[in-house]
Design a protein around this ligand. Structure first.
Ligand SMILES: [Zn+2]
Length: 261
């Protein structure tokens, strides 16, 4: 069989024309396919067996084996890069989400701590206010004797008549200076209040506090009685200006100035 007859059976003219088609200059040996072009190839040919054999055949460009291999290698490399980029984006998103989550958690914790602190401060302020309010030593009283001269001598306090066993309360926040029995005063409690006032309760039937004890308003310190030099159950209430010496003051103005009279 001659060379010529072989060409004839293969519609020689047409095939010869196809073979004369040259790839564009950019596709000659050693070219680098731009990423966008490679991406387009991936899009059009991914998964198709056509892409394996001849990626550019449909475009009428006949690639050499070497060029096809280069295209496939470029595609593979681009897929790796794309996958890495996707991974990094996902990592960054997760990291960003985690950072945001931690920041939100931190902000929530800060808000909760602030609320808790404010609540505690408010509770402390209210407790302090309750502790520092002024209350009467006996809920209801009946003044049986006033401050001043009585029976030819000075009476240093006022007498508040009440049944034995009636609860006696601290008038405000303070410290117990002394608590114990005296021959004249009977059972006696001295209290130094937060504003410097000093009260004495005398003739008590029972003492419920000890010297040095911190007390608050409305705290029971003992019971009304008739102990010591006393005639009839009552509270002898006396106020002193100082602990240094005997310095009684009229309780009535003091009680008035503290809203208790
Ligand atoms: Zn008295």
């Amino acid at each position: 069989m001659s060379h010529r007859s072989y060409q004839g059976r293969h519609t020689g003219r047409h095939r010869a024309q196809r073979r004369r088609v040259r790839p564009p200059r950019a596709l000659s040996a050693g070219f680098v396919l731009p990423t966008t072009a490679a991406a387009a190839l991936v899009v059009t040919a991914t998964g198709a067996s056509v892409a394996e054999s001849s990626p550019l055949d449909s475009a009428g460009i006949d690639l050499t084996g070497k060029q096809s291999a280069m295209v496939r290698a470029q595609e593979a490399a681009d897929e790796v890069v794309a996958a890495e980029i996707a991974d990094r984006r996902q990592d960054a998103a997760m990291q960003s989400s985690a950072v945001q989550g931690r920041a939100e958690e931190k902000a929530r914790a800060a808000r909760a701590a602030k609320r808790k602190a404010a609540k505690e401060a408010k509770a402390r302020a209210e407790a302090e206010k309750r502790a520092k309010k002024w209350v009467r030593p006996i809920k209801t009283w009946n003044v049986s004797s006033g401050f001043g001269w009585r029976w030819g001598k000075q009476h240093d306090g006022i007498d508040l008549a009440a049944p034995t066993g009636t609860p006696l309360y601290a008038m405000s926040k303070g410290t117990v200076l002394s608590a114990g029995y005296r021959p004249s005063f009977g059972n006696k409690v001295e209290i130094l209040y937060w504003d410097g006032s000093i009260s004495w309760y005398a003739h008590m039937s029972r003492i419920d506090v000890v010297a040095g004890q911190e007390i608050v308003a409305d705290q029971q310190v003992g019971l009304v009685g008739n102990t010591g030099h006393s005639f009839g159950s009552h509270l002898h209430l006396e106020f002193q200006q100082t602990t240094q010496h005997d310095s009684p003051i009229n309780p009535v103005p003091w009680l008035q100035s503290h809203g208790l009279w």
